[in-house]
Design a protein around this ligand. Structure first.
Ligand code: ADP
Length: 160
């Protein structure tokens, strides 16, 4: 059985992430979407909130599981006995960072953890969580970027 891990901050999950999750779920038998608990990155949503959000928006995809982890991706992947990570590529701006991460993970995992890139659907290539947070913080319309359940959570986070 082929299993892949899709790691990320998902703060919050956007239609861009969901597109990658859906497409990965057609390639692999199982996809574990793993929310990274990174204490060095100040997040808007707590990890359990991000997990719940992801569970809600992926509830109709049977081979997707939501989890969270802290520490190194290679250690988490090893604990799950998985050797494929999925990442999304939006534009050249993502490429340098993603290439570096993929090569580092390959190296420090002793050549075990492979990274598979899915290129973003053009419709979502402009989308990123930080812009969504920025728009939502001014009570702007984020309905084209995130599902309604996520838009509601953003509103209440920002007190609207
Ligand atoms: P990070 O893990 O770098 O903090 P995110 O949680 O925002 O970033 O993203 C997780 C993964 O999803 C990354 O591989 C990122 O490139 C990808 N991603 C983010 N937004 C989109 C999008 N709109 N379309 C496709 N992939 C995306």
């Amino acid at each position: 059985m082929s299993t892949a891990i899709y790691p990320g901050s998902f703060d919050p999950v956007t239609y861009g992430h969901i597109d990658i999750i859906k497409r990965a779920s057609t390639i692999f038998d199982k996809v574990i979407v793993a929310v990274l608990d990174n204490p060095r990155k100040k997040a808007l949503f707590l990890v359990p909130e991000r997990v719940k959000m992801l569970e809600e928006v992926t509830k109709d995809i049977p081979n997707v599981e939501i989890d969270s982890f802290s520490g190194l991706l290679i250690d988490y992947a090893r604990s799950k006995d998985v050797n494929i990570a999925v990442r999304g590529l939006r534009a050249m701006t993502d490429f340098d960072y993603e290439l570096h991460m993929a090569q580092t993970n390959f190296l420090i995992s002793g050549g075990k953890l492979e990274t598979v890139f899915l290129t973003t659907d053009l419709a979502y290539s402009y989308l990123c969580s930080s812009t969504v947070r920025e728009i939502a913080s001014f009570n702007g319309d984020v309905s084209q970027s995130v599902p309604e359940s996520v838009a509601k959570l953003l509103k209440s986070k920002y007190g609207y």
